[in-house]
Design a protein around this ligand. Sequence first.
Ligand code: PAF
Length: 289
Amino acid sequence: MTTPQLLTTVAVTRAFVRAARAAGKTVALVPTMGALHDGHLSLVARGRELADVVVVSIFVNPLQFGAGEDFDTYPRTLDADLAALGAAAETADAVFAPTAAEMYPAGAAQTTVHAGPVANVLEGAVRPGHFDGVLTVVAKLFNIVQPDVAVFGRKDAQQAFLITQMVADLDLPVTIDQAPIVREADGLALSSRNRYLAEDERVLALVLSSALRAAAEASAAGPAAARAAGLARFDQAPDVRLDYLVIVDPATFEPLEDDGVGDGLALVAARVGATRLIDNLALTFATAG
Ligand code: PAF
C-alpha cells in the first residue's frame, strides 16, 4: 500500500511537479471534489496509463454551488479518500487538497471564466453559474499543476464538453481525456451523491439507467422513438421527479432532430427524494425514424 503524498499549498504542489518534470516525467491531473468511489479510482488508473506521475486534486469548490445547494453538507472525507487511494491497485503519487483560503485568498475569485452558451442549458439551466464556477477552478488547477493530461469522467458529460471547449478556446496546453462511466452491477452510475440515497431511494434511482437502456433499445427507430422509450420508464416511476431526458449531438450539445442520424448522447437528470442525479449514454442513430 502506497499512500500518496499530501500537498496542501500551491507552492508545495508546484515544487512537486517541478521535481517530476526535472526528472523527465509527464504529469496527469485527476480533478475531484473527494468522497472518492470506484469511478474516481478508474480515473486515477486512466491517469496512470497516460502519464508517469498522477496528481489527484480534492477540493469542494464553493464557486460551483448555488444558494440552497449542498455545499455545506457535501461529503468531506479526506482521510478515507487517502486510504482508498492507498489501497487502490493503481494509485496517485500526490493529492493536492487545498483549503478554500489557499485557493481563494481574497475570499472569492475576482476574475472568473465565463462559459459559453452551452453552460446555460440542461445542468446550467437548473444550476445557474455552476459551470462558470467549475471552469474557474479547473483553470486554476491547470495553472497550479500544469499537467500534460487531465482526466474527467463522462458521467458529467456537459462539464467535460465545456472543459474541452475552454481548453480549445483559451489555448490551454493540456490534453483532456474523458473516461467511461463506472456503474454498479444493477446499472446505477457511481456518484458521490449516491451516499445521500436511502435504501428505497437507491431502488428508485435505477430508473435513470433503465430509461437510458430503453432509449438505446429503441434507437434503431430514431431519436424521437428513443426519447419516448426513455420517458415511458419515468411514467412508471411517479416518485422520481424528472428534470430532463434529451438526446443531443455530442459535438455541439444541440438537441438532435427527431429523425437525426449519426452520434447522439442521451442525457437524463432527475430528483430522487432530495438527491439530484444525472446519467448519460452514447447512442448511434443509423436510420431515420
Ligand atoms: O466533477 C467534479 O468533481 C468537479 O466539478 C471538478 C471538475 C473537480 C471541479 O470542481
